[in-house]
Write a protein that binds this ligand. Structure first.
Ligand SMILES: O=C(O)CCC(=O)C(=O)O
Length: 280
Protein backbone atom coordinates (compact mmCIF):
# COMPACT_ATOMS: atom_id res chain seq x y z
CA UNK A 1 0.00 0.00 0.00
CA UNK A 2 1.19 3.50 -0.80
CA UNK A 3 1.31 5.35 2.49
CA UNK A 4 3.36 8.34 1.50
CA UNK A 5 1.28 10.66 -0.68
CA UNK A 6 -2.40 10.72 -1.47
CA UNK A 7 -4.08 7.88 0.34
CA UNK A 8 -4.27 5.09 -2.14
CA UNK A 9 -5.61 2.14 -0.23
CA UNK A 10 -5.91 -1.46 -1.23
CA UNK A 11 -9.53 -2.26 -1.86
CA UNK A 12 -11.55 -4.80 0.09
CA UNK A 13 -12.99 -7.87 -1.58
CA UNK A 14 -16.19 -5.87 -2.06
CA UNK A 15 -14.15 -3.07 -3.63
CA UNK A 16 -16.97 -0.93 -4.96
CA UNK A 17 -19.97 0.79 -3.52
CA UNK A 18 -22.88 -0.39 -5.61
CA UNK A 19 -25.31 2.23 -6.94
CA UNK A 20 -28.97 1.24 -6.93
CA UNK A 21 -31.79 3.35 -8.30
CA UNK A 22 -34.72 4.10 -5.95
CA UNK A 23 -35.10 0.77 -4.16
CA UNK A 24 -38.44 0.09 -2.49
CA UNK A 25 -38.59 0.01 1.33
CA UNK A 26 -39.06 -3.76 1.15
CA UNK A 27 -35.93 -4.21 -1.06
CA UNK A 28 -33.97 -1.83 1.16
CA UNK A 29 -34.68 -3.97 4.20
CA UNK A 30 -34.31 -7.35 2.51
CA UNK A 31 -31.33 -6.71 0.21
CA UNK A 32 -29.43 -3.69 1.53
CA UNK A 33 -29.70 -3.59 5.32
CA UNK A 34 -29.30 -7.34 5.62
CA UNK A 35 -26.19 -7.38 3.37
CA UNK A 36 -24.36 -5.09 5.87
CA UNK A 37 -22.61 -3.44 2.91
CA UNK A 38 -22.60 0.28 2.07
CA UNK A 39 -24.77 1.15 -0.94
CA UNK A 40 -25.48 4.40 -2.79
CA UNK A 41 -29.13 4.99 -3.65
CA UNK A 42 -29.85 7.29 -6.57
CA UNK A 43 -33.09 9.05 -7.52
CA UNK A 44 -34.62 8.95 -4.06
CA UNK A 45 -34.14 12.54 -2.90
CA UNK A 46 -34.68 14.29 -6.25
CA UNK A 47 -38.32 15.02 -5.41
CA UNK A 48 -37.57 16.51 -1.99
CA UNK A 49 -37.90 20.31 -1.87
CA UNK A 50 -34.34 20.57 -0.51
CA UNK A 51 -32.95 19.22 -3.80
CA UNK A 52 -34.26 22.16 -5.79
CA UNK A 53 -34.51 24.88 -3.13
CA UNK A 54 -31.37 24.74 -1.01
CA UNK A 55 -29.23 27.59 -2.34
CA UNK A 56 -27.38 29.96 0.00
CA UNK A 57 -29.90 32.72 -0.82
CA UNK A 58 -32.84 30.47 0.04
CA UNK A 59 -31.25 29.25 3.28
CA UNK A 60 -30.39 32.84 4.31
CA UNK A 61 -34.03 33.82 3.73
CA UNK A 62 -35.48 30.92 5.69
CA UNK A 63 -32.92 30.63 8.51
CA UNK A 64 -31.96 34.33 8.60
CA UNK A 65 -29.36 35.67 10.97
CA UNK A 66 -30.15 33.48 13.95
CA UNK A 67 -27.24 32.32 16.06
CA UNK A 68 -25.84 28.88 15.25
CA UNK A 69 -23.08 26.74 16.70
CA UNK A 70 -20.33 25.67 14.26
CA UNK A 71 -17.32 23.45 14.85
CA UNK A 72 -13.90 25.04 14.44
CA UNK A 73 -10.63 23.60 13.15
CA UNK A 74 -7.25 25.09 12.28
CA UNK A 75 -6.47 22.41 9.68
CA UNK A 76 -9.91 21.38 8.34
CA UNK A 77 -9.82 18.10 10.27
CA UNK A 78 -12.90 18.33 12.49
CA UNK A 79 -12.34 16.21 15.55
CA UNK A 80 -12.25 16.28 19.34
CA UNK A 81 -9.89 18.86 20.74
CA UNK A 82 -7.60 17.60 23.55
CA UNK A 83 -7.35 21.20 24.79
CA UNK A 84 -11.15 21.40 25.12
CA UNK A 85 -11.37 18.21 27.19
CA UNK A 86 -11.99 16.10 24.06
CA UNK A 87 -15.14 17.91 23.05
CA UNK A 88 -15.48 19.68 19.72
CA UNK A 89 -14.09 23.18 19.63
CA UNK A 90 -17.05 25.33 18.59
CA UNK A 91 -18.06 28.92 17.98
CA UNK A 92 -21.38 30.75 17.92
CA UNK A 93 -22.04 32.90 14.86
CA UNK A 94 -24.93 34.27 12.85
CA UNK A 95 -26.12 31.89 10.13
CA UNK A 96 -25.74 34.59 7.47
CA UNK A 97 -22.15 35.33 8.61
CA UNK A 98 -21.42 31.62 8.29
CA UNK A 99 -22.79 31.42 4.73
CA UNK A 100 -20.91 34.64 3.79
CA UNK A 101 -17.74 33.00 5.08
CA UNK A 102 -18.42 29.90 2.98
CA UNK A 103 -18.88 31.92 -0.19
CA UNK A 104 -15.65 33.87 0.33
CA UNK A 105 -13.62 30.64 0.02
CA UNK A 106 -10.47 32.22 1.39
CA UNK A 107 -7.49 30.78 3.24
CA UNK A 108 -8.05 31.32 6.92
CA UNK A 109 -6.50 30.73 10.33
CA UNK A 110 -9.54 28.73 11.29
CA UNK A 111 -12.22 26.89 9.39
CA UNK A 112 -15.86 26.22 10.24
CA UNK A 113 -18.15 23.25 9.75
CA UNK A 114 -21.80 23.04 10.73
CA UNK A 115 -21.30 19.40 11.57
CA UNK A 116 -24.07 17.05 12.59
CA UNK A 117 -26.43 19.76 13.79
CA UNK A 118 -29.75 18.26 15.02
CA UNK A 119 -32.42 19.63 12.68
CA UNK A 120 -35.38 19.25 14.99
CA UNK A 121 -33.94 21.58 17.61
CA UNK A 122 -31.54 23.76 15.58
CA UNK A 123 -33.15 24.07 12.13
CA UNK A 124 -36.87 23.19 12.47
CA UNK A 125 -37.68 25.75 9.72
CA UNK A 126 -35.91 23.51 7.17
CA UNK A 127 -37.73 20.29 8.10
CA UNK A 128 -40.58 20.86 5.58
CA UNK A 129 -37.96 20.65 2.79
CA UNK A 130 -36.93 17.08 3.57
CA UNK A 131 -38.64 13.76 4.21
CA UNK A 132 -37.62 10.96 6.53
CA UNK A 133 -36.82 8.17 4.06
CA UNK A 134 -39.50 5.47 4.09
CA UNK A 135 -36.66 2.95 4.56
CA UNK A 136 -36.54 3.84 8.26
CA UNK A 137 -39.11 2.32 10.60
CA UNK A 138 -40.72 5.02 12.80
CA UNK A 139 -39.99 3.10 15.99
CA UNK A 140 -36.27 2.83 15.15
CA UNK A 141 -35.66 6.42 14.07
CA UNK A 142 -33.16 8.44 16.16
CA UNK A 143 -31.90 11.68 14.65
CA UNK A 144 -31.85 13.94 11.55
CA UNK A 145 -28.74 16.14 11.30
CA UNK A 146 -27.68 18.95 9.00
CA UNK A 147 -24.12 19.28 7.65
CA UNK A 148 -23.00 22.50 5.89
CA UNK A 149 -19.38 23.25 5.08
CA UNK A 150 -16.73 23.99 2.52
CA UNK A 151 -14.49 21.83 0.35
CA UNK A 152 -11.52 20.33 2.18
CA UNK A 153 -13.36 19.66 5.45
CA UNK A 154 -12.57 16.22 6.84
CA UNK A 155 -14.60 14.16 9.30
CA UNK A 156 -11.86 11.76 10.43
CA UNK A 157 -12.05 7.99 10.63
CA UNK A 158 -14.72 6.76 13.05
CA UNK A 159 -17.65 4.38 13.28
CA UNK A 160 -21.18 4.95 14.59
CA UNK A 161 -23.22 2.31 16.36
CA UNK A 162 -26.32 3.29 14.37
CA UNK A 163 -27.49 2.81 10.79
CA UNK A 164 -26.98 5.92 8.67
CA UNK A 165 -28.37 7.36 5.43
CA UNK A 166 -26.25 10.35 4.44
CA UNK A 167 -28.10 12.41 1.79
CA UNK A 168 -26.09 14.83 -0.33
CA UNK A 169 -27.78 18.01 -1.63
CA UNK A 170 -24.96 20.36 -2.69
CA UNK A 171 -21.34 19.59 -3.54
CA UNK A 172 -19.81 16.12 -3.46
CA UNK A 173 -18.25 14.04 -0.70
CA UNK A 174 -15.44 11.51 -0.93
CA UNK A 175 -16.19 8.65 1.43
CA UNK A 176 -13.64 6.05 2.54
CA UNK A 177 -15.13 2.99 4.21
CA UNK A 178 -13.47 0.17 6.15
CA UNK A 179 -15.51 -2.86 7.13
CA UNK A 180 -15.90 -3.66 10.85
CA UNK A 181 -13.55 -6.66 10.71
CA UNK A 182 -10.70 -4.25 9.82
CA UNK A 183 -10.91 -2.75 13.33
CA UNK A 184 -7.65 -4.30 14.65
CA UNK A 185 -5.80 -2.60 11.78
CA UNK A 186 -7.33 0.80 12.55
CA UNK A 187 -6.17 1.31 16.14
CA UNK A 188 -9.29 2.70 17.83
CA UNK A 189 -8.82 4.85 20.92
CA UNK A 190 -9.58 3.06 24.18
CA UNK A 191 -13.20 1.92 24.50
CA UNK A 192 -13.09 3.61 27.90
CA UNK A 193 -12.77 7.14 26.52
CA UNK A 194 -14.83 9.80 24.71
CA UNK A 195 -13.03 8.86 21.51
CA UNK A 196 -13.73 5.12 21.74
CA UNK A 197 -15.39 5.18 18.28
CA UNK A 198 -12.47 6.98 16.60
CA UNK A 199 -9.24 5.77 15.03
CA UNK A 200 -5.91 7.04 16.32
CA UNK A 201 -4.49 6.92 12.80
CA UNK A 202 -4.31 10.01 10.61
CA UNK A 203 -5.00 7.97 7.49
CA UNK A 204 -3.74 10.68 5.14
CA UNK A 205 -0.33 10.68 6.82
CA UNK A 206 -0.19 7.43 8.79
CA UNK A 207 2.63 6.95 11.27
CA UNK A 208 3.52 3.40 10.28
CA UNK A 209 6.13 3.04 13.05
CA UNK A 210 3.39 3.65 15.59
CA UNK A 211 0.54 1.91 13.72
CA UNK A 212 2.26 -0.80 11.62
CA UNK A 213 -0.84 -2.94 11.05
CA UNK A 214 -2.55 -0.02 9.32
CA UNK A 215 -0.46 -0.79 6.23
CA UNK A 216 -2.63 -3.86 5.70
CA UNK A 217 -5.93 -1.96 5.99
CA UNK A 218 -8.21 -2.14 2.97
CA UNK A 219 -10.98 0.27 2.19
CA UNK A 220 -13.71 1.02 -0.29
CA UNK A 221 -13.86 4.49 -1.72
CA UNK A 222 -16.67 6.36 -3.44
CA UNK A 223 -17.72 9.85 -4.42
CA UNK A 224 -21.19 10.76 -3.22
CA UNK A 225 -22.76 13.09 -5.78
CA UNK A 226 -25.51 15.64 -5.08
CA UNK A 227 -28.88 13.91 -5.35
CA UNK A 228 -27.52 10.65 -3.92
CA UNK A 229 -27.76 9.02 -0.50
CA UNK A 230 -25.30 6.52 0.93
CA UNK A 231 -26.29 3.81 3.38
CA UNK A 232 -23.46 3.42 5.93
CA UNK A 233 -24.22 0.34 8.02
CA UNK A 234 -23.65 0.58 11.77
CA UNK A 235 -20.04 -0.18 12.75
CA UNK A 236 -18.51 0.51 9.33
CA UNK A 237 -15.55 2.86 9.78
CA UNK A 238 -15.76 5.96 7.60
CA UNK A 239 -13.72 9.06 6.84
CA UNK A 240 -15.51 11.76 4.85
CA UNK A 241 -13.93 14.53 2.76
CA UNK A 242 -16.13 17.43 1.64
CA UNK A 243 -15.40 18.42 -1.95
CA UNK A 244 -16.52 21.62 -3.70
CA UNK A 245 -17.02 25.06 -2.20
CA UNK A 246 -20.55 24.64 -0.88
CA UNK A 247 -21.37 21.31 0.68
CA UNK A 248 -24.78 20.50 2.18
CA UNK A 249 -25.95 17.12 3.44
CA UNK A 250 -28.51 15.65 5.84
CA UNK A 251 -27.97 12.42 7.75
CA UNK A 252 -30.63 10.13 9.16
CA UNK A 253 -29.71 7.78 12.00
CA UNK A 254 -31.72 4.85 13.26
CA UNK A 255 -31.24 1.92 15.61
CA UNK A 256 -29.58 -1.17 14.23
CA UNK A 257 -30.72 -4.71 14.93
CA UNK A 258 -29.64 -5.75 18.45
CA UNK A 259 -27.74 -8.73 16.90
CA UNK A 260 -25.11 -6.23 15.69
CA UNK A 261 -24.18 -5.60 19.33
CA UNK A 262 -22.99 -9.20 19.65
CA UNK A 263 -20.26 -8.67 17.01
CA UNK A 264 -16.75 -7.83 18.32
CA UNK A 265 -17.16 -4.14 17.46
CA UNK A 266 -20.72 -4.15 18.78
CA UNK A 267 -19.52 -5.46 22.15
CA UNK A 268 -16.77 -2.84 22.20
CA UNK A 269 -19.33 -0.17 21.49
CA UNK A 270 -21.53 -1.34 24.38
CA UNK A 271 -18.51 -1.06 26.72
CA UNK A 272 -17.91 2.45 25.37
CA UNK A 273 -21.57 3.44 25.91
CA UNK A 274 -21.55 2.12 29.49
CA UNK A 275 -18.30 4.02 30.13
CA UNK A 276 -19.89 7.22 28.76
CA UNK A 277 -23.02 6.80 30.91
CA UNK A 278 -20.94 6.28 34.06
CA UNK A 279 -18.69 9.25 33.28
CA UNK A 280 -21.35 11.80 32.31
O1 LIG B 1 -20.24 14.21 6.08
C1 LIG B 1 -19.37 14.18 6.94
O2 LIG B 1 -18.48 15.04 7.05
C2 LIG B 1 -19.36 13.03 7.92
C3 LIG B 1 -20.61 12.24 7.91
C4 LIG B 1 -20.61 11.20 9.00
O3 LIG B 1 -19.61 10.87 9.57
C5 LIG B 1 -21.86 10.58 9.39
O4 LIG B 1 -22.92 10.89 8.81
O5 LIG B 1 -21.81 9.73 10.32
Amino acid sequence: MNVSGENNFDQTSVNQVERIHKVTPEEFKRKIVSSRQPVIITGKIASWKASSLWSVDYLNTIVGNKEINVHVSKNKIFTYDPEADFTFCSRKMKFTDFTDWILQEKKADEYYYLQQSPMKTSFPELLPDIETPDYIGKALFILTSLWIGTGGNISPLHYDSVENLLCQFRGRKRVLLFEPKQTPLLYPFSAYSTRGHMSQVNIDQPDIDKFPKFEKAKCIECILEPGEMIFIPAFWWHQVYSLDQLNIAVSFWWNTNFKQFFTPLGRRSVANMIWEIINN
